[in-house]
Design a protein around this ligand. Structure first.
Ligand code: F6P
Length: 365
């Protein structure tokens, strides 16, 4: 029986057997990853359990590249951006015949009782398969600035990314006004428009183009012309990197992916800016925010949110409730089956888009 925190605080001799837990941070990095690791470690280590950090996501388990995380490493961890473990999109199921056995060997060699996977749909998808197909004791923690994971109201990193994009759009207004220009701001989010929608509305963007709604550029041009006719000298448009742009019904925007199938950002804002400049005759410039949306320290709210998710992941594994993901549901910390989290990409709903259509339309001239 593993003692509870109360028993440990009462000076019990510690667990009958200390658990050996592996942790990895996979996929793109996100503000809050270190806070999640901190929540996990601060729950486990005082109980006498041991935490092993695997470098660069699943690659660390494939190559058995890890170190034992010590209490001193948690001191200011909650406040730091990035991840002390390193991130990465390696996935044992890219080459399962070779890499799944290597992951299982690492788990056996290190005598790991459990693995905590902190990541998005790719990382957690591999975690779910290892749990289902090989009985690995795994707990997931939802991480992505894209906020596109099912089973949780939000993912940590999202709030910090939205704040960063909102401030960038606010600031870009000054140069747009200085030059009577249209600034087209490209936001991350892969195939979901959460960041673009939240930051676009918060910063009063004159147009918000999200992947969930195909964009007929002729309509955009017409609405921008209405703004110009009404005397607007400048505008800032928020465009999702995965926006689907059509002109006269012909798809213009293309998406490339890297060797892991990850979405390569960039290009959509430049396309919209050049189209606006040519078709509306309004000078336009493109700004690709890129990895600034993932960089820097997390907001306080993301620090606390990620910490609580990491701590809940520790509770799940201490209670032997594996194959589940810590989550936020109706504002409370909860947990769901990993299978539910990775079933599909969670996109902006029609209900959301219809309800906030007024924000997506253009301000009254
Ligand atoms: O999934 C998070 C994310 O930032 C996406 O929004 C973006 O498209 C992608 O990662 C970029 O991946 P990379 O860091 O590999 O270029």
């Amino acid at each position: 029986m593993i003692p509870t925190e109360r028993q440990a605080a009462a000076g019990d001799s510690g667990p009958e057997r200390s658990l050996r837990v592996g942790v990895l941070t996979g996929g793109g990095d996100a503000p809050g990853l270190n806070a999640a690791i901190c929540g996990l470690g601060r729950r486990l280590l005082p109980l006498g359990h041991r935490l092993f950090g695997f470098r660069h996501g699943w690659q660390g388990l494939i190559e058995d590249d890890a170190w034992e995380i010590e209490p001193r490493e948690f001191s200011d961890l909650i406040a730091r951006g990035g991840t002390i473990l390193g991130a990465g999109s390696a996935n044992p199921y890219n080459q399962p015949e070779r890499d799944v056995p290597r992951v299982l060997e690492t788990i056996q060699r290190r005598r790991l009782d459990a693995v905590v996977a902190i990541g998005g749909d790719g990382t957690l998808g591999a975690a779910q398969r290892l749990a289902d197909e090989h009985g690995v004791s795994i707990v997931g923690v939802p991480k992505t600035i894209d906020n596109d994971l099912c089973g949780t109201d939000f993912t940590f990193g999202f709030f910090t990314a939205v704040e960063r994009v909102t401030r960038c759009i606010d600031d870009l207004r000054t140069t747009a006004k200085a030059h009577d220009r249209v600034m087209v701001v490209e936001c991350m989010g892969r195939h979901a428009g959460w960041i673009t929608a939240y930051a676009g509305v918060a910063a009063a963007a004159e147009a918000i183009l999200v992947p969930e709604r195909p964009v007929e550029l002729r309509e955009l041009f017409g609405r921008l012309q209405v703004l110009r006719d009404a005397g607007h000298k400048s505008a800032v448009l928020a465009v999702a990197e995965g926006a689907r742009l059509y002109r006269d019904g012909v798809l213009l925007s293309t998406t490339q992916t890297d060797r892991y199938g990850q979405f390569l950002t960039g290009g959509v804002a430049r396309m919209v800016a050049s189209e606006v400049q040519r078709e509306v005759g309004w000078e336009a410039r493109a700004v690709e925010l890129g990895h600034l949306q993932r960089a820097g320290r997390p907001l306080a709210m993301d620090r606390i949110f990620a910490l609580r998710l990491g701590a809940h992941a520790a509770t799940l594994l201490l209670e032997g409730r594996f194959g589940r993901m810590a989550a936020m549901q109706n504002g409370e910390i909860a947990d769901v089956p990993l299978a539910e989290a990775v079933a599909r990409i969670r996109k902006l709903s029609d209900h959301f888009l219809d309800r906030y259509e007024a924000f997506f339309a253009f301000p009254n001239p």
